[in-house]
Every structure is written in C-alpha cells, then in structure tokens.
Ligand binder design. Sequence first.
Ligand code: HAM
Length: 473
Amino acid sequence: MSERKQFRAIKGTRDILPPDSALWNWFEHTAREVFESYNFGEIRLPTFEETTLFARSIGLQADVVQKEMYSFPDHGPDAVVRTEEGGLIAIEIKESLRLSDNEMRAQLQQYVEVLDQSLSRRGASEFVSLRPEATASVCRAYIEHNMQALPGNQKLYYIGPMFRRERPQKGRYRQFYQIGAEVLGQSDAPAIDAEVLEMLLVFFNRVGLTRTTLYVNSIGDKNCRPQYVELLREELRKVKDKLKEDSQRRIETNPLRVLDSKIPDEQPIIEKLPRISDHLCEDCRAHFAKLKEELNLRRIDYKENWRLVRGLDYYTRTTFEVTAEGLGSQNAVCGGGRYDGLVELLGGPPTKGIGFAIGTDRSILSIEESGNAPKLGGLAVYIAWMGQASYPTAVNIARKLRAAGLSVELPPEEMKFKKSLGLADKLGARYALIIGEDEVASRTFTLKRLADGDQKKLAEGELLEYLESERRR
Ligand code: HAM
C-alpha cells in the first residue's frame, strides 16, 4: 500500500465544529439583529481583491501589508511558485505534495503544462490578495456602485473570514473572522461615532461580553498630525539608542507605531514622549470633545488612551479599541475608527467614514471563558422505534416534529431498545419518544424525559402540544 499523507488544517486555520458552530451562528445572528435595529444593511464582499487596493488603503509600511498578506498572481493556484527561470513550478509542486504515486505525478505534469501555456498567454502578472480586513473593500464597493448618490449615510455591515499571516497563538489565527460595520457619507458628526460605539456595546452586552473596556483616542487629521508625527520623530531620534530594533526602524517609517510597543523597557521612554492630545488642531480638538459629550449622553463608559494609534494607516481623528478579559495578550476584541478621505484616496468622491471590526474568534473565546455562553438548541427528541411495522409511523412523526421546529434524531436502522436509549442519552437528547408496534396500534406513544426518567403516555395529537409547552418553560 502506498503511503498516504495525513491532511491537517493549515497552520493558523481551524475547523469550527458543532456544538461550537451553534455559538458562532448565534453570535452572528445577534449581530445582525442589533445592527439592523440601527438601520445597517449587510454588504457581502469578495474574499480577495487587487493587492494594490489593500496596499493603498492600509499603507505600504503597515505590517499587515509588508508581512502578512496572502498574495499571489491571478493566474491559477500554482503560479505562486513560478520563478523567472521557469520550469521550477513542477519541482516545487512535486516537493510540496511529496508525491509517491506515479499516477498522481502524471496528472500533475499534465496540469503544469496547461498552467504553463496559460501563463505565457496571459502575460504580466496581476497580484491579488486574500483580504486582511474589509474596510478597503467596503470603500471600493462604495465607489464602484456610486453609493454617494444614494440618500443619507450608507450604513453597512459584513461578516466573514479575513486572512493575515501572523504568528499563530491563542486568539490569533491566520484565517480569522470579523463582524464589521461602516458608515460612509458626507457628515463627520461626532454623533455618528458615538452611535457606532453605542451599537457595538449594545451588541457586546446582548451576547454577554461584558467584562470589556472601551479605549478612545483622537489621532488628528491631515492638518495637525503631520506636525505631530515630525515632532514625535525628532523626540524619538533623541532616544533611539534606548529603543529596540523594531521601534528604531519605525522612527523613520512610521513613528506613531512606536506608541504601540509592548516591550517593558520601552514603556518609561514612551511615557515621556509628546502626546497627540496636546497637538490637535482646533477642529480635531472640538470633534473629540463633542464625541466625549455624545458618549456621556449615551452613558457609555470609556477610557482615553493617547497611545491608541492603530496599525492601519487610513485612520483620522477618532480611534478606538475594546479589550476583553480572559484572552491573554491578544485581548482586543474590536478595533475601529474614523477614516475620512480613504474613499478619495481610492479615487472616489470626498467622503467621511467611520467603522469597526469585531474579532469573532476572540469574542467567543472570552464569552466561553467567562461562563456566559448560552446553552443553545441541542437535540430535543430521539425517536426510539422498534419493529419494521412501526417505522412508517416513526418517519411520519419525525417529519411533523421537525416541521414544528424541533430537532429530531431518527435512527436510520432498527436498534435494540436498550442500545437505542443509550444512544439517545449519549447524544444529549432531552426526550426519547418510544414507538413500538403496540404504540402504533394504540396511537399513543411513550415520551421519556431523559434527565430524570419521567415518562408520559401521549396520543399523537397531544405530543406536539406537550413538547411545545415544555419548550416554552
Ligand atoms: P483590526 O484592529 O486590524 O481592524 O482588526 C479588528 C479585530 O479583528 C481585532 O480587534 C481582533 O479582534 C480581530 N483580529 C485581527 N487580527 C486577528 C487575528 N490574526 N486573529 C484573530 N483575530 C484577529 C480592522 O481590521 C479594521 N478594518 C477595523 C475597522 C473597520 N476600522 C474601521 N472600520
């Protein structure tokens, strides 16, 4: 027998299995309900876009763009490994699959030849990337569909996977999931920022993610930030020798990011740096003051954090993050902020924007760790049928109960009574419905509550009524 490769999910990706997936569905469903109550509509976006869309939006110097994007030429899956010398494709593919099987090798060879032909036909490569985030895509869609011509602000939400090639650890994956919301339009009223934050916290509250802290900041705009960044750079150059390599590099490329550093030795140095709050222009200062007023009006608790600069370049003025307990170092469950001007940067009309993205993976971890996860669904009724003559009745009743919205397990083959009830127990069913030939003849069935063994004899007509009344309790 030839050796078979044991396939596993790629590092940093994972399967969400039942019953966890029920929790994920509930979480996403609750987001939809809350967001729609704030008049947001869902936008479904592609999972890959032109690489340059992300590079231009997020910034060429951002780690996400420099190090973390999954990018490939849009020629076919295997072109990733093509090199200038050509011919290397086959070698790399063969190695990566560890082919031991001649048939497979032959198929692959054929495939590579087809691929090669198509490569030379199509000419220069166009790079695409799996989306590392979706704000850029929303802005691209806003422009593409001329949404500025629609009435009012565009309030959009999205749910789905994002991809970043980060070092995997608890709460950090290479394929992770976000629920995001964005408001795009002509107004940058701080009430919009506050409403977006209110919606976020109403949602967190609804799903039991309550041990959270909201941090807010203003990072200024194109009128005041460049001067601040220059000042920061000058101050950082003075202490360069005391900083670690990453921060040293950032002094020139992106000094704001130094403020993000978590390295203990750098903390006392950073604390002494000039703060953006002392260098905001009049308009940004007024915007931030009004935002805080609006948050107070809505009784939203927050902490100001002058070091909250965020890792994506498109932000202006308001930035925010929510952290939650039980997550260790990866404790940000949501990040967001204002990005006035991003649409313009992508070739669209002058437009204001604000939004956030919730990390679903981390949020669910935190809810689970706090013990706040709801008990969801589960199997309501296991039908223990015996004797071929009772099978048609079992099929019929299963369909009726399912139509009434109950989760029902109907064993596909006859089983011994004891074994059948044992399985019902193991599956976590709340009830076993016993259907034997006597029950079919009398049209009354035994319903056994598995938690305490309580049994009831019920006519077919009473069965549904009883189960529904139990469900309401
Ligand atoms: P972000 O801060 O890069 O912002 O990501 C938002 C959230 O996604 C994070 O707070 C975190 O919960 C989750 N997240 C990010 N990377 C990972 C990962 N590798 N594994 C697990 N979870 C992760 C954005 O993406 C912006 N687009 C948010 C935004 C929307 N700003 C304005 N509008």
